[in-house]
Write a protein that binds this ligand. Structure first.
Ligand code: PGU
Length: 454
């Protein structure tokens, strides 16, 4: 940079370019200003100008989910409640590290495990147990070598890797996502350049599943589309198809030659049982369908920040599986080279050890149980306090971490601005971030927002 510093504020690079008759920005990056005009003649000045090459970059909006946590942190009111992000809290509203995780970490420390690079596809012991947890250890597709499992950067990274695969090998195909869905699905497919469209899912009139609409839209989509399905505990609605409805969805997917793409971020969190929550995926596998599954251990093992998950491709023949896996590795290598080891070892130790595995299941039941309690208490508070006769029973019918309240954007804004209840603007609240003792307060906030804000 040059020597003279001018204290007067300077226009940005973009402004300068816009006013180029007066001021020229040299090609080398802005060390010199060339001032031209009446009375100036041609003046060459050396200045250290705070001209960024990135002036043209606009401010991105806050993330609709993770941005809520940022806003929550900035609020100093002591009544504040963060029901934005789907992250489990204790009754004292503190983050929770599972006991089995602590035990697994202790074991790892005692063994003095190293920090060498993992292979591109991740930790072999993790990949083995994660596919077994998803599909059932005795599933024939595992025995027949028809499952390609690659460790991913949690659910998001696994979805993103699979989306990159779709873009590379099925450039004409589109993804079908539910309306509504987890907001990041759209970002993932947009960034991977996979076109997507929505299928009907939520019916605001019944506050339930628009099953007819869902089936009709999946039928109407071009053959061979990738149908993104939430394996259990649909986010944000908390409404899952019944087993019979899953059968019908499988019929249509099969008929249309679509490829199911399951997002399994809550295995164990919907019902409290790992097997029950894997029903949908296992049903499609049993039918002999080829499919993709992204898994996450953020919620069920509380490993949010470890970024541990996997992408599984179930293919119809083992030689195809090997080729698919080789291409997933090829996609991963230039993106992040190989995945982190810590979370993978935790999962491998917990799921691979019968004692820890049993303890995990108990802890998960407790977590899922606490959420069910909170759900019931919130419903009771709303029913008692709200004299309008409104039926709040949809809250009890929804499952998983969330409740989709039906509050619109203005009402959700009121929840935050007046009541300091932080939630996403689609009306979703995370019951995992709610305590029994805060249910009454939340009920007051919901009733006020629902009846007094249009
Ligand atoms: N898929 C679904 C359906 C999810 O709800 C989430 C997390 C993920 C994938 C990805 O989670 P990973 O942590 O990458 O494994 N959704 C939460 C967490 C916050 C977020 O948006 O990432 C949520 O509050 O919706």
């Amino acid at each position: 940079m040059a020597s003279t510093v001018l204290s007067a504020p300077f226009p940005s690079a973009v402004d300068l370019r816009g006013r180029s008759p007066m001021i020229g920005v040299p090609k080398n990056g802005g060390d010199h200003l060339l001032l031209k005009g009446k009375g100036f003649g041609r003046v060459r000045m050396s200045v250290a100008v705070n001209l960024s090459r990135f002036e043209g970059v606009t401010m991105a909006p806050p993330d609709p989910i993770l941005g809520v946590s940022e806003a929550f942190k900035a609020d100093t009111n002591e009544l504040k409640l963060n029901l934005g992000v789907g992250a489990y809290r204790t009754e004292e509203l503190q983050p929770y590290v599972l006991n089995v995780v602590k035990k697994a970490e202790k074991l790892m420390l005692e063994r003095g495990e190293n920090k060498e690079y993992l292979p591109i596809e991740g930790l072999a012991a993790f990949n083995k147990v994660t596919a077994e947890l998803l599909l059932g250890a005795d599933n024939p597709v595992i025995k027949q070598g028809k499952v390609a499992t690659v460790q991913g950067l949690s659910g998001t990274g696994s979805l993103r890797l699979a989306a990159a695969f779709i873009q590379r090998y099925f450039p004409e195909a589109k993804a079908l996502i539910s309306s509504p869905t987890w907001g990041n699905h759209k970002n993932i497919f947009n960034d991977a350049r996979v076109p997507w469209s929505e299928y009907r899912y939520y019916d605001p009139r019944t506050v339930g599943l628009d099953f007819e609409g869902m089936i009709a839209d999946i039928k109407a989509a071009p053959d061979g589309s990738f149908v993104v399905l939430h394996g259990c505990a649909h986010n944000p609605t908390g409404i899952d198809p019944t087993p019979e409805q899953w059968e019908k969805i499988a019929d249509v997917v099969q008929e249309k030659n679509h490829i199911p793409f399951f997002d399994v971020a809550y295995q164990g969190f919907a019902s409290g049982s790992l097997d029950t929550d894997a029903f949908s995926v296992r049903l499609f596998v049993e039918r002999g369908l080829e499919l993709l599954v992204a898994q996450s251990y953020s919620k069920n093992l509380g490993l949010y920040a470890e970024r541990i998950g996997a992408v599984n491709f179930v293919c119809s023949a083992s030689d195809v599986t090997d080729r698919v896996k080789s291409q997933l590795k090829r996609l991963a290598r230039p993106m992040y080279s190989n995945p982190p080891v810590h979370g993978a070892r935790i999962v491998a130790n917990v799921v691979g050890d019968p004692t820890l595995f049993d303890e995990w299941k108990q802890e998960m039941e407790q977590m899922a149980g606490r959420i069910k309690h909170v759900r019931q208490r919130l419903y009771d508070s709303l029913s008692q306090k709200d004299k309008s006769g409104k039926d709040w029973s949809f809250i009890l019918k929804q499952i998983g971490m969330f409740s989709f309240t039906g509050l619109n954007k203005a009402q959700s804004d009121n929840m935050t601005n007046k009541w300091h209840v932080y939630m996403t603007k689609d009306g979703r609240i995370s019951l995992a971030g709610l305590s029994l003792s805060k249910c009454e307060y939340l009920a007051d906030a919901i009733i006020d927002s629902f009846h007094n804000v249009s």
